[in-house]
Write a protein that binds this ligand. Structure first.
Ligand code: ATP
Length: 244
């Protein structure tokens, strides 16, 4: 199995009428970070929701194509089963439980794990994010945006996924924090061996950690290549890296 995830000709419709993904194909090689880039509304979040089974909660439906996870088709599988198979999504906008403490939020991520492993994983999360250790008893809703993002990523680490889906981890963060979050994403990938599909509007930050990337426009992939190829491509530089 070279690719943990393989999406082929995926078509997604919302509310039975709006065609949002129009034959999207991509692959995530084992142990690597793959970035999915593109402007607002291109269909990046929809792609992640189709993979994690969350589309149905928003009246979306996969109407064509296949999603192969570890060579097995998973489209139509309920989200809980997909998590148990080892796929975990960090939603856009952080979506932590504001009325629970940081520690309780982290424990929620571990619902599929044996009890005996939870403390070790929690220590690991606190090593990645010392700020979460300092604030472990604080209600998550009172944390800053960056800290909430750390909490959301920490909760995903607690699930010990084989495939981690990250939806815009840089959204709304100050530049220094963006750098910190991306450094940690790189570290998690290297140390945990987790395969990552990273959705981002911040193309520069994403291409600095990813091995390869896909660029989406209007429900389709319009360009793909290694991160180095895309960083050197004049069109990517002009339209996605603001170098025109
Ligand atoms: P962004 O970066 O703004 O989140 P995106 O590339 O992730 O953009 P999506 O959120 O996947 O794009 O949205 C793609 C298209 O699907 C948009 O036109 C959006 O309006 C539409 N869409 C998204 N969610 C729904 C929904 N629940 N019902 C109907 N249409 C939706």
């Amino acid at each position: 199995m070279n690719n943990v995830l393989k999406v082929e000709n995926l078509e997604v419709v919302y509310n039975d009428v709006v065609l949002v993904l129009k034959g999207l194909s991509l692959a995530c090689p084992l142990g690597e970070i793959t970035a999915l880039l593109g402007a607002n509304g291109a269909g990046k979040s929809t792609t992640l929701k189709a993979i994690s089974g969350l589309l149905e909660t928003e009246d979306g439906e996969v109407t064509d194509g296949t999603i192969l996870y570890k060579d097995e088709p998973i489209q139509g599988t309920i989200p809980e089963k997909i998590v148990r198979k080892g796929v975990f999504q960090v939603m856009e906008g952080r979506r932590i439980f504001e009325d629970l403490t940081v520690e309780e939020n982290l424990k929620c991520g571990a619902f599929t794990r044996p009890r005996s492993e939870i403390n070790t994983s929690m220590e690991k999360v606190y090593d990645y994010f010392p700020r979460l250790r300092e604030r472990c008893k604080q209600l998550a809703g009172y944390m800053s945006g960056g800290e909430q993002q750390m909490c959301a990523i920490g909760r995903a680490i607690m699930a010990k996924p084989d495939l981690l889906l990250l939806d815009e981890p840089s959204l709304g963060l100050a530049p220094l924090l963006v750098e910190e979050i991306f450094d940690i994403i790189k570290k998690i990938n290297a140390e945990e061996g987790v395969t990552i599909l990273l959705v981002e509007q911040n193309a520069r930050a994403a291409l600095s950690v990813a091995q390869q990337a896909y660029i989406m426009e209007n429900g389709r992939v319009v360009m793909d290549g290694t991160a180095a190829e895309l960083l050197n491509n004049p069109d990517v530089q002009e339209f996605y890296l603001g170098m025109g």
